[in-house]
Write a protein that binds this ligand. Sequence first.
Ligand code: SAM
Ligand code: F3S
Length: 442
Amino acid sequence: METYFIETWGCQMNVLDTQRLEGLLQQHGLRPAGRAEDADVALLNTCSVREKAVQKVLSRLGELHGARQAGGKPATVGLCGCVAEQEGARLLARSPVLSFVLGPGRVAQLPAALDAVAAGRRVSITGFEPARDYDAHLIARGNSARQYVTAIEGCNQHCTFCVVPYTRGHESSRPLREIVREVEAVAAGGGKEITLLGQTVNAYRCPATGADFGDLLQAVGKVAAAWRIQFVTSHPKFFTDRMIDKIAGTPRVGSYLHLPFQAGSNAVLKRMHRGYTREEYVRLVGQIRAAMPGVTLSTDVIVGFPGETEADFLETLEVVSAVRFGQLYGFIYSARPRTPALGYPGRVARSEAGERLERLFEAQSPVQLELNQALIGRSVEILVDGPARRGSEAWQGRGPDNRVVNVQGWPGVAHGQIADVTITGATAHSLLGELRPGGPGA
Ligand code: SAM
Ligand code: F3S
């Protein structure tokens, strides 16, 4: 075994899990390869939030099987992530190319899986232990100025559409001191924007002291080398007045908050088991905006949930126009294994759900354009990510509100640089900026 390649699908948690897997592989003496077909060890770090996840994995495994027969590589193929947890040993039986299955709660057991493979065994390591191993020092973070730190793993919410509580297990918060130490180390290593991660990050409770998410953010905000702090994902149900005050009062926290509302109809919200009404959600938005003027809110919306009527959907559109989100991620409901909604009556036809999704985006797009255009003339500090496109002369970065800003012709710029720009143009999806003379990065 000499080289590895990891394919990462899905959310930020998977991106971070890939870095954890990578750290363990490097400790095992492996070096990165350019693609799975050229690697000795190929890992698929998968997502199963929406449908066809298993088919996608099987088709990729089929391709890797073909590559192995043609050229001998990849000799070892591991399935990780949420599909691994969901399917477990079943996929070992279905796919001969697969060497092992490793669930997201078992990342730390990668060396054991590799040892089993070396001994000629095919293993499936899934499930969750009460105490989760977290090898923070082994994370292969690369040189990105944007870094993730886990605050809380798993989810206890059991929204009736969502597979995550089954694939990522029960909620488990890391001790506050451990998180702060990791943020210090990441910032000392060059991390400038640090995003605290959790499926319900604001449900955080320190297992040692009972500190809540507001306390955590305040503590992380004191790490002087961390330039900006972000967090995802907040659940509307867990905000308290005290928490909102602490978030608003922590200077380095970005002006961006992802707050999924999923649906505008109280009947649908109830069947989704979301734990709030539309009125409570809108009230919370008002409270957050009063405490954090200028905050940009983004959200997730599901259309076509079982039993969703046209009238229900119109209520979703009402929330979209009332709240005016800076960004909206819309999804067609997808039936997931083991979830309660799987058995709900009132299936919405795919064509109808597709049409609702289009109408949702049509309602959101002009709002986004207006909000972006209102920023023209403002000055913003951005963190540079890299060229806007491959070979492009424009550079791309993000402001504190997570909006993408493109800056034309900027010789000598580097990834990770912080720059002061003036917004000169806007589309619904990005901003155009010019360097401010004399500002940082100019
Ligand atoms: N709290 C999580 C987070 O970090 O965003 C939610 C996890 S889920 C990966 C992200 C979004 O996917 C949800 O907010 C929801 O809108 C959407 N989603 C989850 N399950 C879904 C399903 N079965 N069908 C369609 N969309 C779904
Ligand atoms: Fe999924 Fe709801 Fe948790 S969307 S991740 S069950 S908060």
